[in-house]
Design a protein around this ligand. Structure first.
Ligand code: COA
Length: 328
């Protein structure tokens, strides 16, 4: 075997805001239909954060559940890593706000900005840090996209939602952890999915606010084909590097952006659709939140057993992508 990075998953958790926005609700906001959204995306509803709820608030709830499932107190943590593109504040990082909320001062806490691939980037960083930290690490993926959504653009607003997922990883001598992990990026595709204003390229001004340039813009059609190619090819590479066959994969947990993208990715990577966990119908695209939430859901439903091989794959703004094979 070419590659093995040992770690174990001690616990997982997830949190979705209380408010639910259905496709029927969206029919009253933009010119769309439940039928169009369901057939083109697979989404039936999404959760929307309260005005006073920030990304760290969702993560803290998910993290508490993950800690409970791990049988750990927050004080056992050695680091906090957050994948997000909708931080509470640009600085301090969301990781620092989560650390404050969990009341564990002193340990390193930071964000990883890789959009929808943020959780897989975070898991890679976390798994590498375990050898030096030698204590459990909280890795979360979370986004509140509703606060950067253009609610007048039917091409994007029907796709997005809010939510957080968390995992606690820990060192182990057992033969479990990453059999492979692939990360990649292509910054030349950055304009396809972007929040144009609010950074140093285009600082906030009355004009940027009036023109809604702090919101998320995407060229959905173009993204679709890159998504299938990058996520599919990353999955193929991860399976190959792990030295296994697609048939050996017990469960595939892809980024949940569109059911049609997931189906096309499965065809490309030759992973059976009936071994693929699709949860998009009840939450939409929550960027870095989708994979850890789907992972938690699969574990909670008993779909993943000890020693099972789990394949993850994601793509997102940047473009970024990632895929890994995990022995649970
Ligand atoms: N309701 C009804 N009609 C809509 C609509 C909506 N919410 N959004 C777009 N349409 C219309 C378009 O205006 C277009 O109409 P026209 O033919 O009269 O011009 C028609 O539906 C088809 O649009 P098109 O963009 O070709 O649809 P599509 O099948 O490509 O689906 C997406 C659009 C956005 C769902 C799809 O391209 C997609 O999922 N892309 C990837 C986006 C993504 O995953 N982004 C996040 C990456 S992490």
């Amino acid at each position: 075997m070419k590659f093995f990075r040992r770690f174990k998953i001690l616990g997982t958790g997830a949190y979705l805001p209380e408010k639910v926005l259905t496709n029927a609700d969206l029919e009253k906001i933009v010119d769309t239909s439940d039928e169009w959204i369901k057939t083109r995306t697979g989404i039936e509803k999404r959760h929307i954060a309260r005005e006073d709820e920030a990304t760290s608030d969702l993560i803290i709830e998910a993290a508490k559940e993950a800690l409970r499932n791990a049988g750990l107190a927050a004080s056992a943590l050695g680091a906090i890593i957050i994948g997000t593109i909708s931080p509470d504040t640009f600085f301090p990082s969301t990781g620092c706000w989560v650390q404050k909320g969990l009341d564990v001062p002193g340990i390193p806490a930071f964000d990883v900005s890789a959009a929808c691939s943020g959780f897989l980037y975070g898991l890679e960083v976390g798994s590498l840090m375990l050898s030096s930290i030698a204590k459990p690490i909280l890795v979360a993926g979370a986004d509140i996209l509703s606060k950067i959504t253009n609610w007048e653009d039917r091409g994007t607003c029907v796709l997005l939602g809010d939510g957080a997922g968390a995992v606690i990883i820990a060192p182990t001598d057992e033969d479990r952890g990453f059999l492979s992990s692939i990360l990649g990026a292509d910054g030349s595709l950055g304009e396809l999915l972007i929040q144009p204003a609010g950074g140093s390229r285009m600082p906030a001004s009355h004009e940027t606010v009036d023109k809604k340039l702090h919101l998320l813009y995407m060229k959905g059609n173009e993204i679709f084909k890159y998504a299938v190619r990058t996520m599919g090819d990353a999955a193929i590479q991860a399976i190959k590097l792990a030295g296994v066959d697609p048939d050996n994969i017990s469960l595939f947990i892809p980024h949940q952006a569109n059911t049609r993208i997931i189906e096309a990715t499965c065809r490309r990577a030759k992973v059976p659709l009936d071994k693929t966990h699709i949860t998009i119908s009840w939450h939409g695209n929550m960027s870095a939140g989708t994979i850890p939430i789907a992972f938690h859901d699969a574990i909670s439903k008993g779909l993943i057993k000890r020693d099972d091989l789990v394949l993850f794959a994601a793509f997102g703004a940047g473009f970024t992508w990632g895929a890994s094979v995990l022995r649970f």
